[in-house]
Design a protein around this ligand. Structure first.
Ligand SMILES: *[C@@H]1O[C@H](CO)[C@@H](O)[C@H](O)[C@H]1NC(C)=O
Ligand SMILES: [Zn+2]
Length: 584
């Protein structure tokens, strides 16, 4: 009979052998002292890289990360005590996973399944792309499944609005249901068949415009969408899956989904447990009817694994600049009789903000024009005074974290008010570079210089950066490039072909831009310390790059891609090809 002591002796020898085998097989570096750590290491996945940029004040630069079974970082360390026998061949530079602070998940997935009209330079090219799409999507265009597309811009049609009959592209299109989103998704262009479903005469909708027969902008879009057959649950689930797969490829581990209807939120809740739900989603609730109070339709929640949460609401103050829909204090420079339109008046916006905040929601207001931004700030100021009468606004705001989505054109007085209150701007750097060819025409020189597309001016507010996908491509590197250079990430140039950068005094640094796509969106989603950072206890989400971000030349940053994307300690994307050193 073996004694108890020899049993332990054999046992510890086995543990040591197992640990050595484990080290050799997985090439994990184990620090001393040995046996104690071995037991821990058996339950941790430890990986070492050439460098790990953590964005954490605890240890800004590390080399190794250990991930627990709960999908969180258990240890982040410098490998000064590496076990001498097995030195892992380290490759790659790690940064925290990217967050897109403002995007639209379902629409992105739907776009991936729609006709892509982005960059189509003429009506002829739009038609060609539609024909091509129809050829490979026979079923599109029926009354149950309309043919969708996105990306047209009347600027490419000689500035003339398109009309419904333009969509009689060929005999196959004769009776099709077609609905195409403008590049900024603030207008739709529909076919005759869709028009035939609508009431006649068409109703007048405040905050909406019908600039041509078949084109509906801002609130007028609702006239059509009432008749739009919602994609089936299966199709929507597919859209989400496609979108997440694509976002992971771009290094995105989390998004702020800027407007999710209660029904969609329920679908999200059903799907979140599935294996291919690979992007963290911070959803902003959007009521079935825009700009209303609907707290009974769905309640706030977050899943224990942090893959889905909803604790904020999206309100809309105005429309977009491209279609003269944004609400301005002074008239447009190129439409002297118009200053755009509000989608909601000041009284209602303020009441909604208070009601939602009182119900415990973070309130995120879409505001593009300087009037819309002013009213959003007014609404926040008054809500903060009501919510915490005894606290300074800045302290109250730290609890509620009110945000302005887009925060695009802001009067200098109001920029100062934002600073005073700590209102969070949620900015899309690629909107600045996409709008730079026409923004000054709309706004005039002085308004553009002092109010438009602020980035460096708003830096003390730790702006959340995003892309507004599918309005812009979801590529974060393009967003960083646009923020750092104020030049088009597609061409590398200014609107006039130069390389000075559009109002280059508003550029920010690569480091600031990276924070805008990591720790700032984490704070804006109440996830500070959990997301956008590599430190003990945070979600184990990270990216592997071939080169450190800061040593990439700015022009290579524009075209940079990630080698790998990890979410909750699992690899969700790995770039195929010779540079993929793990799958060899
Ligand atoms: C604001 O809008 C609400 C709802 O449409 C309306 O009832 C109210 O009279 C408006 N208030 C003002 C001051 O225009
Ligand atoms: Zn948006």
């Amino acid at each position: 009979m073996p004694s108890i002591t020899s049993f332990f002796r054999i046992g510890s020898v086995l543990v040591v052998l197992a640990a050595i085998a484990y080290q050799i097989v997985l090439k994990v570096d184990l620090p001393e002292p040995f046996v104690v750590k071995v037991i821990k290491q058996l339950f941790l996945d430890t990986r070492c890289y050439v460098s790990v940029t953590t964005l954490s004040s605890k240890l800004p630069n590390a080399e190794c990360i250990s991930i627990g079974r709960d999908g969180r970082f258990k240890k982040v360390f410098l490998d000064e005590t590496s076990y001498p026998y097995v030195k892992q061949q380290r490759k790659g530079h790690v940064i925290p996973g990217f967050w897109d602070g403002h995007g639209h998940l379902l629409q992105y997935g739907e776009l991936m399944n729609s006709a892509n009209l982005f960059g189509a330079k003429s009506m002829k090219e739009v038609k060609e792309r539609l024909v091509e799409y129809k050829a490979s999507n026979e079923e599109a265009g029926t009354s149950k499944q309309w043919l969708r597309g996105i990306g047209w811009d009347q600027a490419n049609f000689g500035g003339k609005w398109p009309v419904a009959s333009d969509l009689e592209v060929d005999s196959k299109f004769k009776d099709l249901h077609v609905m195409l989103d403008r590049v900024d998704v603030h207008c739709i262009w529909v076919s005759e068949k869709v028009l035939s479903l609508l009431p006649s005469p068409l109703p007048k909708i405040p905050g909406g415009e019908i600039p041509a027969k078949g084109v509906f902008c801002d609130n007028a879009i609702d006239i059509v969408t009432k008749y739009y057959p919602q994609p089936s649950r299966e199709r929507k689930a597919q859209f989400i899956k496609d979108a997440m797969f694509d976002l992971n490829k771009l290094g995105i581990v989390g998004v702020h989904d800027a407007g999710v209807f209660p029904e969609e939120l329920k679908l999200y809740q059903e799907l979140v447990g599935e294996k291919d739900w690979s992007v963290r989603v911070n959803a902003m609730l959007e009521c079935e009817t825009r700009n209303t109070f609907c707290p009974d339709d769905v309640s706030q929640f977050s899943t224990p694994d942090g893959m889905l949460q909803m604790r904020s609401v999206k309100l809309f103050a105005d429309g977009a600049l491209g279609s003269w829909g944004s609400a301005m204090i002074e008239p447009y420079n190129d439409h002297k009789d118009s200053s755009g339109s509000l989608l909601v008046n000041a009284t209602t916006l303020s009441k909604l903000t208070k009601d939602w905040a009182t119900a415990g929601y973070q309130v995120n207001i879409h505001a593009i024009g300087d009037l819309a931004n002013r009213l959003a700030i007014d609404a926040f100021a008054s809500a903060l005074d009501t919510l915490c009468p005894e606290l300074p606004r800045l302290e109250c705001q730290a609890k509620y974290r009110f945000r302005i989505e887009h925060a695009q054109i802001i009067h200098s007085d109001d920029q100062r008010r934002m600073m005073g209150m700590g209102i969070i701007p949620s900015i899309q750097p690629t909107h600045a570079t996409s709008d730079m060819p026409y923004a000054e025409t709309r706004l005039g020189k002085s308004r553009t210089a002092s109010e438009a597309y602020r980035m460096r001016s708003l830096l003390p507010l730790n702006p959340i950066l995003g892309s507004d996908f599918p309005v812009e491509p979801a590529n974060i590197f393009e967003g960083i490039y646009a923020a750092v250079t104020r030049r088009s990430p597609h061409t590398g140039l200014d609107a006039d072909g130069g390389t000075k950068g559009w109002y280059s005094e508003e550029t920010i640094t690569v480091e600031d831009a990276l924070e805008g796509f990591t720790i700032n969106p984490a704070y804006g989603a109440f996830l500070e310390g959990k997301a956008g950072v590599i430190q003990e206890g945070a979600y184990a989400d990270w990216l592997v790059l071939a080169e450190p971000l800061e040593s990439m030349g700015i022009e290579s940053l524009r075209k940079a891609t990630v080698l790998e994307t990890w979410v909750a300690g699992k690899r969700v994307y790995s770039r195929p090809g010779p540079l993929n050193f793990y799958n060899k």
